[in-house]
Design a protein around this ligand. Structure first.
Ligand SMILES: [Zn+2]
Length: 416
């Protein structure tokens, strides 16, 4: 079992090694033996060209770059008059150009790797220069990883060869149901099937996560399968019950009697007797009216505040926070506990600074206040009907692969 893991590590190393040896800065053109230079035609074989790699300086131009390797302005001008010259003249600072000169210091070739996929190349021929575009398709390999949580999910994922990007993606996909920092415990198993991307055999980074499974608390199974539409565009992640991994919010936290104050940037505060912003919505209702969590999440604060009275903060999927203030009584959920949408977390009251019994409700996204009555919630509907068949097929295939992974033996393996 460990042999397989080792094999993967070795092959990854090999790829990285290949990357390093192919990178322009580290390549030295082997100098040909002197005898050979004399006995052949040195000018005509690529072997005898000298390659230099020049990095574009801020506001640098092609003429500056060519000047640096000793190419005369006449040749530079000739290049600018060649078709597609803009591919070589629109340079970004920090880009690197590989330039080949022959033994007479004549320009033979320029290679400009614009992106990982697109390279521009200039070659010289009898008529002058030719500038063309070289496209390198991205190859995708599907790989798997599985293991048990040791100390942190990040380190455990890293130990199984997952990149930082894929670890973050996993945390993001499950962010509505799992708190990766506080909830995962040593021994919790995880499995993941994801893409690795290559160009010309060179690893360029991870692609999509296709499927994943994490079991928390011994028996709580969380799954995620990527749904793509017929054109291959990602629709989202859904679990084995076809439910969306994103969750919606209830529009209102109470089966309310009436809204007594809306979200306003500025308003006259009835208790403080001065103008101030109202960054939430007030629901007036009798003391004791149940207050519901508007979304699945974790209670991150539950305390008494001078202005908010008994107040609860719930965090949802890292991004969102909802706040429920002036409660007469808390529900039975404690700080740190997870609540499901619709569960009762407390009761309407008049604690703190309140002129009458009401719920003051706030909605924050990335720490910024939003009007709870206007916020656009994430689309959380289950797998759309038109994608059902495709999803069933794909999740079936992925489930079979996931079930073959044994997190205890910590196998990492490629499969096609
Ligand atoms: Zn209020």
């Amino acid at each position: 079992m460990h042999f397989l893991l080792l094999f993967i590590s070795v092959s990854l190393l090999a790829i990285q090694f290949a990357t390093a040896s192919e990178s322009p800065q580290k390549t030295l053109m082997p100098l040909p033996p002197l005898a050979k230079v004399i006995s052949t035609e040195p000018h005509k074989t690529e072997k005898h060209w000298q390659k230099q790699t020049i990095q574009v300086k801020p506001n640098g131009s092609l003429s500056e770059v060519l000047n640096e390797v000793g190419i005369d302005p006449r040749t530079t001008y000739q290049i600018t008059q060649t078709a597609n010259s803009r591919w070589l003249t629109q340079l970004a600072a920090g880009d690197a150009l590989e330039i080949w000169l022959d033994s007479d210091n004549q320009l033979k070739k320029i290679l400009y790797p614009k992106t990982e996929q697109t390279h521009y190349q200039l070659t010289s021929n009898d008529e002058g220069f030719k500038i063309e575009q070289l496209q390198h398709p991205i190859e995708t390999k599907i790989v798997t990883a599985s293991g048990l949580i040791q100390h942190s999910f990040y380190l455990s994922g890293e130990a199984q060869g997952l990149s930082a990007k894929t670890i973050m993606n996993l945390a993001d996909i499950f962010s509505w149901e799992i708190d990766f920092i506080r909830q995962l415990r040593p021994g919790d198993p995880f499995k993941v099937i994801y893409e690795k991307r290559y160009i010309q055999g060179e690893y360029i980074g991870d692609g999509n996560i296709l499927a994943a499974e994490i079991i928390t608390g011994g028996d709580e199974r969380h799954t995620a399968f990527l749904l793509k539409d017929a054109k291959g565009q990602s629709v989202g992640y859904y679990d084995h019950n076809k439910q969306n991994l994103r969750k919606a919010f209830l529009r209102n936290p109470v089966d309310y009697v009436r809204i007594t104050s809306r979200y306003k940037p500025k308003r006259f505060h009835p208790v403080l007797k001065r103008w101030r912003a109202h960054r939430g919505v007030d629901y007036g209702g009798p003391t004791g009216t149940p207050i519901r969590a508007t979304g699945d999440g974790q209670i991150i604060k539950r305390y008494w505040s001078r202005s908010y009275g008994r107040v609860i903060y719930i965090r949802h999927a890292d991004k969102y926070t909802t706040v429920y203030a002036h409660m007469s009584k808390f529900g039975h959920f404690k700080r740190g506990q997870w609540v499901k949408q619709g569960q009762v977390i407390g009761y309407i009251g008049q604690t703190g600074m309140a002129s009458g019994p009401h719920l003051h409700y706030e909605f924050r996204k990335n720490g910024r206040y939003i009007d709870p009555l206007k916020v656009k919630f994430p689309d959380a509907s289950p797998v759309p009907r038109k994608h059902r068949n495709r999803f069933d097929q794909f999740s079936g295939l992925m489930s079979a692969q996931l079930s073959r992974l044994d997190p205890h033996t910590q196998i990492a393996a490629n499969f096609e």
